[in-house]
Design a protein around this ligand. Structure first.
Ligand code: AHR
Length: 499
């Protein structure tokens, strides 16, 4: 099959916000304990954090990590995680029916995030708590000194403020499972007042308002409109959450699910702009897709879990090759919408629906989805160019006119390179891609990498990384043209230097 793509410097989607390649660590399952933190592990640093895990996270070059939840957030008291460890309470986590020891709290996580080279996207509990707690947490984290809370932070070991810039106003407040679930109007009013107080403490922060916990929620879209009606003036972003799965074992339909993500994003933009018009506001609300991933492999196992354990193995999806291909399509979809999606968080980072898995006392390894996420995060920085693509399409169970090629190019002038990301959705045919760049002069091919040729159900495990990258030797570069053979069912990254 043939595909052509025309790219021009004049057709730009947007400069991609680095925070598009964020991730998420929740105090649940083995994400924190036995994930990033395991004091008895042979690679543990002097603070108890695993160096092997830290190194894998550094490979991903993650700019932002959302913390501490998730559903956990809605019952969390941040004060439980500060001060001397031996005095910290053990608490019931009602969201996941486990016991939280609070061995890791704000200070430990902040220090760790610095070593992981990531900023924190902090979340305030608007489930069981409210305005007072929210403004106190911002003061504790971001106020320099001379007040009770800022001095308490200093006394607890952090002279300098944490200077946390991005804050979530609660989590999935529309969900019946959420502790302290609210109606859209009640949540919108609370978020507006919490946000107002938080910005009075520090007017440099940016706030994310909760959108629906999925586009499948019965209140989707009206929730977005109602919460924005209440909180528009105080917030900067609206959140989106969406997880995908191949429960039906229908590969063609599964790989088309990035179209659902695209539709979801476009619908949320429409609602944001409807409220903007209604309010006659000059301000535009951007999007924070702060939970996205594949999540379904672990559902059955999790239904058998015994409650009230410490750090039980939950949501431990083992990802296969087809999941990596969908994750590639989802990443390209985020880049295509980078004019409005400014923050996105792959949920999550370690052990819990994660690109990195660990074994207690044992190794840490890369799941299949690690690779597309790493490539996008490393090389998807710069200006997203409008992909003008001609390729055959197919119809699947839920989607019509699905292009066999999902692709985008990113112009990175800082690194003097152009990067093409592409997924071939066809299971039978290679795609001969002919990419024409009218006004961009190319130099040498720097690297052509592919994930291809694996059984679609192939997985990586503690002993063997079955699914990993190789070089695509079928790529040629001319001054204004890139030609490449993209194997059936493949994720591809082509990096070319600029003249
Ligand atoms: O990421 C796992 C869970 O998914 C989060 O806690 C919640 O926000 C969402 O429902």
């Amino acid at each position: 099959m043939k595909a052509s793509m025309q790219i021009s410097k004049n057709f730009q989607i947007s400069k991609i916000d680095d925070r598009l390649y964020g991730s998420f660590i929740e105090h649940m399952g083995r994400a924190v304990y036995e994930g990033i933190y395991e004091p008895d592990h042979p690679t543990a640093d002097e603070k108890g954090f695993r160096n092997d895990v830290k190194e894998l996270i550094q490979e991903l070059n993650i700019p932002l990590i959302r913390y501490p939840g998730g559903n956990f957030l809605s019952g969390y008291n941040w004060e439980d995680g500060i001060g001397p460890r031996e005095e910290r309470p053990k608490r019931l986590d009602l969201a996941w029916k486990t016991i939280e020891t609070n061995e890791v709290g704000l200070h430990e996580f902040f220090d760790w995030s610095q070593e992981a080279n990531a900023e924190i996207n902090m979340a305030v509990n608007l489930g069981t708590r409210g305005v007072d707690d929210a403004r106190r947490l911002v003061e504790y984290c971001n106020f320099p000194s001379g007040t009770e809370l800022s001095d308490l932070r200093r006394q607890n070991g952090h002279e300098e403020p944490f200077a946390i810039k991005t804050w979530c106003l609660g989590n999935e407040m529309d969900g019946p499972w959420q502790i302290g679930q609210k109606s859209a109007v009640d949540y919108g009013k609370l978020a507006a007042q919490a946000g107002k107080a938080m910005k009075l403490v520090d007017d440099s922060i940016e706030l994310v308002l909760c959108g629906s916990s999925s586009s499948e929620m019965p209140t989707f879209a009206s929730w977005e409109a109602e919460v924005l009606e209440e909180a528009y003036d105080y917030v900067d972003y609206l959140s989106l959450h969406r997880y995908y799965g191949n429960q039906e074992n229908d590969l063609e339909n599964y790989l088309a699910k990035s179209i659902d993500m695209d539709n979801f994003i476009k619908s949320v933009i429409a609602v944001c702009d409807y409220v903007k018009a209604k309010k006659k506001s000059k301000k535009t609300i951007n999007l924070s897709f702060d939970e996205w991933n594949v999540w379904y492999h672990s559902n059955e196992q999790d239904s058998k879990n015994e409650p009230w354990q410490i750090a039980p193995p939950i949501l431990e999806d083992v990802y296969n090759f087809e999941d990596a291909l969908l994750v590639g399509c989802l990443l390209i979809t985020l880049m295509k919408n980078s004019d409005r999606v400014k923050i996105a968080c792959l949920a999550q980072l370690v052990n819990v629906i994660a690109p990195i898995m660990t074994e207690k006392d044992g190794p840490a390894w890369r799941q299949t989805i690690f690779y597309p996420f790493m490539h996008a995060s490393l090389y998807g920085r710069g200006i997203a160019l409008t992909p003008n693509v001609q390729v055959d399409t197919y119809d699947s169970k839920d989607f019509a006119d699905v292009p066999y090629l999902e692709s985008i190019a990113v112009l990175n002038e800082d690194e003097n390179e152009l990067v093409i990301f592409a997924v071939n959705r066809s299971k039978d045919e290679s795609i001969a891609l002919d990419c024409e760049l009218s006004d961009i002069e190319l130099g040498q091919l720097k690297e052509a990498t592919e994930l291809a040729g694996f059984d679609i159900k192939a997985i990586n495990n503690r002993d063997e990384e079955v699914v990993k990258t190789s070089n695509n030797k079928d790529v040629t570069v001319e001054a204004h043209r890139v030609k490449a053979q993209l194997k059936p069912l493949s994720w591809n990254v082509i990096r070319v230097s600029l003249v």
